[in-house]
Ligand binder design. Sequence first.
Ligand code: ZN
Length: 482
Amino acid sequence: MALAGEAAADNITGMLRSVIRFTGLFLLVLSLTVVARADELLWKAGVAKTIITPAEGLWMAGYGSRTAPAQGKAMELWLKVLALEDAEARRAVIVTSDLLGFPQSIYSNLCAAVKTRFDLNPEQLMFSASHTHSGPVLRGALYDIYPLDDTQLARIEAYSARLETQVLETIEQALADLSPAQLAAGQGHTAFAVNRRNNPEGSVPQLIAEGKLQGPVDHTVPVLAVRQPDGRLKAILCGYACHNTVLSFNQWAGDYAGFAQTALEQSHPGAQAMFFMGCGGDQNPLPRRELALAERYGRMLAAAVEEVLLAPWSLLPAKLVTRMEMVPLRLGAAPTEAELETLQTDSSVFTRRWATRLLAELRAGETFIREYPFPVQVWKLGNRQWLFTLGGEPVVDYALKFKQEFGEQAWVAGYCNDVMTYLPSRRVLREDIPPLANPRWGYEGSYAFIVYGLPAHRWAEDVEDRVTDAVRGLVAQVNQAE
Ligand SMILES: [Zn+2]
């Protein structure tokens, strides 16, 4: 009896356990159904990442003042991919990287190869660079500002070709990893970006203390969280509008964005943290030039992201629309032969190299380009989250303008697909036409053209209008497609 009783008790306990297990499962399913609507559960996401730290002493990108190639690394440089697929199997691929910017030749090669191998169009591809100034020089980018010999040029070419292969391999891995996921979008805040045109760098600590920093900034931190169906984080994509220029030493580093991603990946084991640059063309992390500051700003950015991840989130329906236009942006007046002859003896070595090169091209009968195909993308994730991408180095005015027009849900990434020079607003373009009213002006709207090697001193007057019209047109196309 005792034995039978024990058996009966065991049976009852077993039945109860089954009921509890079933009820628990039912409640789990119920809670997921409550939290996520059916169309929010139909995303697929895949991730992959590759170390792209150069193996040997390549020249470093971004500053013309360096006198020697890289020596060692402070941290690895990464290439990371997030592949997304919506409920109707429409795909998009986000590539982020610890690079200064993808130059046109690499962008074109990648688009062609991705089309052939994965049947994805350029509108579905976002190639983003963090704009770290502690990464490698890439093929054809900013050659006038570095003293490159043939050995260096060969190394740059070899690295660039290998990078193209690595991008394709990483995209392939991310696509192979596509599996059910949920997406949520949120926005945080951190304030270490300073408008560099309106605040003298040496005075910034004092201006911060006095609350007297000037000029427009965008301190928002967009966050896209990608979770597995069980709630575990799979990827965190965050952005910030500020140059990755804390560091200027000769070691490879992802700067503050590198530290931020490391902190997030340590905090969320198994998740892949990714960073995209916002419209930070005129924004610097100030004060700067110390490794400890890069780490501090990285932690500040990571903390802003963590706050967003802790807050209640609403899921995005599994719907993805991607559109793109290569906008022909007109260049300002081309330099004349007489002007180039004069500039061959300019005090700036960049200007001398630029003038000498252009003069040779002119005398060889070549004609200068008058327009540049400028990439503009508009994506919509779910029913409300916009992601706009612009090529080049857009100043902060673009983000502020598009947020005003399309709401806080409009994220604007710069430094995407092709970084050919700065993208000034009309305000900055005009401020940078001599005579300059401020000694810190003149770069983003003008001199950057020489630094980047383009055959003009600035974009044409209508640059902001053309980019704005393109964004509006693409938004209309996306809305029509819904
Ligand atoms: Zn820059």
